[in-house]
Design a protein around this ligand. Sequence first.
Ligand SMILES: [Zn+2]
Length: 416
Amino acid sequence: MPSTYITTTIPYVNARPHLGFALELVQADVLARYRRSIGEDVRFQAGTDDNSLKNVLAAEAAGVGVQEFVDASAAAFTGLARPLSLSVDDVIRTSSDPRHAAGVERLRRACAASGDLYRKHYEGLYCVGCEQFYTAAELEGGRCPDHGTVPERVSEENWFFRLSRYAGQLRALIADGAIRVEPAGRRNEVLGLIDGGLEDFSASRSTERARGWGIPVPGDPGQVIYVWWDALGNYLTAPEYAVGGENLSRWWTGAARRIHLLGKGVLRFHAVYWPAMLLSAGEALPTDIVVHGYLTENGRKISKSSGATVDPHDLAGHYGVDAVRWWLLREVARGADADFTVDRLVSRANDELANGFGNLVNRVVTMIHRYRGGRVPAATATPPAAAALGQAITDAPGQVAGALEDFDFRRGTEAV
Ligand SMILES: [Zn+2]
């Protein structure tokens, strides 16, 4: 039986989960449920990214210890499984799961053995909100394009990963579809990034700047593994890369598909940095990188910092999980941004779930009882209208399958 490994990104837990992340979870869940239904051996993997500096700062602001803070915050994310009806198989938390640090250390050793890690003095502009360096040209008026904050100037010696070495290999893998990036516009974006030149990136930071939080670089106590390096590693550490046993071969090395779902803002990390790290370590690569857009709410950007966002937990509690899942799948075009309003959710739920599916089922059952003694009769000669309906019913499963193979959830709902 072919096995399929499906992952969501692991969010920072410095704020409550928002509806945009619920979109990714629900998409992954639909893929997982569908692929199980056609007989595949599926693992739906999720987790939380606990080791970022943002979490340290948020804990300080809240006046609690970092581990205590991330434990409480992570619960808000892992606690989405029930209200969103997610068939998640495993959750890894990067600060506390024993599989993780040991796996990250093995990954680092493997890359070091390939000669891809070296020390270098570095100066750059760092946005803590993004947990990444920016060049002056990437800033808008000297500020982070995402957060609008002035990045801090960082000057220190770090470990660097030799990304530049893998540019040609990565380009070929993505151009020929060995790593499939969907939608195609995102694949072109990645090819553009590679063609623009890949620079080696920082794979650690000083323990001082990390405030002592994170996974120490083995043999170098002054450095902590850079949070992106550590976070990307979760896809491999969760199936027990540290041990290298049956779980690793079932869910990674020997899996027929390794599918990552992610938002457009972290494309570079998943489609460039991560495959390069795997090439360096000599491990199997993701087969599919599926990129979704961002949600706005009432036309406004969802901002974790503003706090004024729709809580998916509350939304499911109030309108029901079917209404929330249906809206996310039904109205968000493949890979595109979408605007959420409660009115749209309610009208989709009323028009399509209640008046459409609900009413259909109700009337059919009632008529079978009233006119056919409660038994579904054998099919007889079919009038033309029924023939069209019969054809639609026959065609729907194939259309759903095709839509989901294209990661087009909206087209899947249209077939239904
Ligand atoms: Zn930023």
